[in-house]
Write a protein that binds this ligand. Structure first.
Ligand SMILES: [Zn+2]
Length: 503
């Protein structure tokens, strides 16, 4: 059992028990802490969750087709003063990180095991970025298209044993006074949905928060109050579904609309940090859904553009644009003579009107070949050959047997099937170990260059705030064959194990 006193003495911040980091002797001048470099007063940390480089590339091409211009993030790479890095996002226990270990590495400066949020395997909780910056007087915001308690936002502000503890995470946001919370996840706050029947909205209101449930609530939210806005029971809709549904558009704000309002509010303060997550890029890749992923990547890009506009007016702002890991590594494969088929297939993407998630709902649990064909044709224009639909049916009945075990699911097979129409191939529907791109612009950007570690981000952000603080770290966990943890037999089983839980 680790007491708070034990944690604080190990971290060398005993005086922090007073509840404030200001004046504890751990504060340096910001210039001193950042080695004399430029220091931002505002930080915007944008994450396209689960963005493989193929997602970036294809979204850029799709953006040219549907918006008449490429991704702002791609154009940004050529801009004067922009700094680029590759980042190793590995977690404590695997080269392949999950979102909670990834965000926790930024949020605590310590690598932790997949599945936890700012907690070491021995149960020690880590002090989060938002607690430390909050104590140093910074305002803090989280904006996402997932549940607001989901892994990536949680990694900046919460510390719990399991990422699925959304109800506890929602309580911690309140205890820790996060100033802006915008996303989905109503069920973690609502007394009729919470397991303990607690009315967390009432608790937020009692502490002066404005509680919002709709786009119009967000439009009129007072700037002088803290905000909690949950615009869906669970995650916000995929962009491809959203742009094809007028009702959703009336009720639910987009990522750029939430970002816009968050900047308007937080911008009233001298110092703030805002995390903006395009969280459903990752979810779409977990279902091998190319149009879901690329449309959400473009929606994320609109938020990037909004933040860059903010920075033009507020040059003391550092903007970081990155991702937390690859997912599925989709790519436009070369096909046809001289690869002439690729652009023809890729051009079909823009005609799709529904995510795989919606298509599967329309098909039902055990659909007939006719139902499958009808849904796919209506949503994508692809007239699927009957033989291919027949090959898909066993996966609905859990009787599929692909050569590569990780492809043993309806979504992985649907992704392969749609590859015939869109030209997009997938490795599987799981996270990948790829090093990720990071783009920085603004004061302090020069720190984010070359090949960096995920944990560096925390230390740079604290240095900008003039705070000298380190969380405890533990050595990387290394699994060797024969150590009894994973045998090659069990690895094969893992290869065949499909889970939606690891996102
Ligand atoms: Zn992620």
């Amino acid at each position: 059992m680790n007491t708070r006193r034990g944690f604080l003495s190990r971290s060398g911040l005993a005086l922090a028990a007073s509840g404030s980091f200001a004046g504890v002797g751990a504060r340096l001048s910001a210039k001193e802490a950042s080695d004399g470099g430029a220091v931002p007063q505002k930080i915007i940390h944008l994450v396209a969750d689960g963005m493989s480089m193929g997602t970036f590339t294809c979204a850029d091409y799709l953006s040219q087709q549907v918006r008449g211009r490429g991704l702002v993030w791609a154009q940004l790479l050529n801009q004067k003063g922009v700094v680029n890095a590759m980042m190793n996002m590995r977690s404590l226990d695997s080269q392949v990180t999950d979102s909670s270990a990834a965000s926790s590495s930024w949020g605590s400066g310590s690598r932790i095991a997949n599945g936890a949020v700012n907690q070491l395997p021995d149960g020690r909780s880590l002090k989060t970025l938002y607690e430390v910056l909050g104590a140093a007087g910074w305002k803090r915001g989280l904006v996402t298209t997932t549940e607001i308690t989901h892994a990536t936002p949680a990694g900046f502000a919460a510390s719990v044993a399991k990422r699925g503890m959304g109800e506890k995470i929602a309580e911690q946001y309140l205890e820790r006074g996060v100033d802006v919370l915008l996303g989905g996840g109503r069920k973690h706050f609502d007394s009729s949905k919470r397991k303990d029947k607690k009315d967390l909205y009432a608790d937020y209101k009692a502490k002066g928060y404005t509680v919002m449930h709709s786009k119009s609530d967000l439009e009129k939210a007072p700037l002088d109050k803290a905000w909690v806005g949950t615009f869906s029971d669970s995650h916000l809709p995929y962009t491809v579904d959203y742009i094809n549904d007028a009702e959703l558009q009336k009720k639910v704000p987009t990522l750029v609309e939430m970002t816009d309002r968050a900047l308007e509010k937080l911008g009233r303060s001298q110092q703030f940090i805002l995390q903006v997550e395009g969280g459903r890029v990752d979810h779409a890749c977990h279902t091998c859904d190319a149009i879901g992923a690329f449309r959400d990547q473009i929606a994320f890009d609109e938020a990037v553009e909004r933040c860059l506009k903010y920075q033009k007016q507020n040059p003391e702002t550092l903007i970081i644009v990155t991702t937390d890991h690859g997912n599925g590594n989709p790519g436009l494969n070369g096909s046809g003579p001289g690869y002439s088929g690729s652009p023809i297939l890729f051009a079909h993407l823009k005609e799709a009107t529904a995510s795989f998630s919606v298509m599967l709902d329309r098909m039902g649990k055990t659909p007939t070949t006719d139902q499958i064909r009808k849904v796919i044709t209506e949503a994508t224009g692809y007239k699927v050959p009957l033989s291919k639909v027949e090959a898909l049916v066993p996966f609905f009945e859990k009787k599929g047997d692909p050569l590569y075990g990780l492809l043993n699911s309806v979504v992985a097979q649907l992704g392969q099937l749609m590859g015939n129409h869109w030209g997009i191939g997938w490795t599987a529907n799981m996270h990948t170990a790829d090093y990720v791109p990071l783009t920085a612009i603004g004061p302090g950007a020069e720190k984010f260059t070359g090949f960096i570690q995920n944990t560096d981000v925390f230390h740079h952000y604290l240095a900008f705030a003039g705070v000298d603080f380190k969380n405890p770290t533990v050595p990387l966990m290394v699994y060797n064959s024969g150590d009894g943890i994973l045998s090659s037999d069990s690895l094969e089983r893992i290869g065949e194990y499909q889970t939606a839980a690891i996102v």
